[in-house]
Ligand binder design. Structure first.
Ligand code: ADP
Length: 176
């Protein structure tokens, strides 16, 4: 899934270098693929659009304790400490000289948080202004006890939170 999502963003002739930092043999995490793809897409598109000077965007994954830790790291404008507290709230956008001209809805990260939470994981940011940002999230490994809102049974994992939503618009509406 990481490779597929990065490939989508790698297809153009952008100013960014995309790289993956993960071993070939990660253990399984039970996820809703469509929702997780949306999480990665939101984080990757933010990493690119908030790095107007280009640079490297790294997507990584590794095992940490009972969870898989995934991160998207950029070398972009960064986020002031006071804004980091509100970042995952609906409609919140940083409004400063670096970001004013960059478009968006302020919904992407709120959706990321809800989806990660529904999987039993958590999400956070580490960032320094002018240096870049790293968005991290965790997903319980398949062998870990079930703690999230993901149905434990069945071949196709369903998120109760987003049940019956099959596209991005529906998911955003549900969140609202
Ligand atoms: P949007 O990108 O549509 O504005 P998001 O919810 O995805 O909405 O992000 C909220 C805000 O968080 C953004 O407007 C931006 O100020 C900040 N942000 C998100 N990702 C990054 C990033 N990688 N680098 C710097 N700022 C970011």
């Amino acid at each position: 899934l990481l490779r597929e999502t990065v490939a989508v963003f790698n297809s153009g002739e952008g100013a960014h270098t995309l790289s993956i930092e993960a071993s070939e043999t990660l253990p399984c995490a039970r996820v809703d693929t469509a929702r997780l793809r949306q999480v990665l897409t939101n984080l990757l598109s933010n990493a690119i659009k908030f790095s107007p000077q280009g640079g490297t965007v790294t997507v990584g994954a590794k095992v940490e304790g009972e969870a898989l830790k995934v991160w998207v790291k950029d070398q972009g404008v960064g986020i002031p400490p006071e804004a980091q507290l509100n970042l995952f709230s609906k409609f919140f956008r940083v409004d400063n000289r670096d970001t004013r001209s960059i478009g968006g809805t302020g919904l992407g990260l709120a959706l990321v948080k809800e989806i990660v939470k529904a999987h039993g994981g958590r999400v956070w940011v580490e960032s320094a202004v002018g240096k870049g940002s790293t968005f991290c999230f965790t997903l319980p490994l398949s062998s870990a006890p079930h703690v999230g809102n993901v149905e434990p049974q069945g071949s196709a994992t369903q998120l109760r939170l987003l049940a019956n939503t099959n596209n991005q618009l529906d998911a955003s509406e549900k969140l609202l």
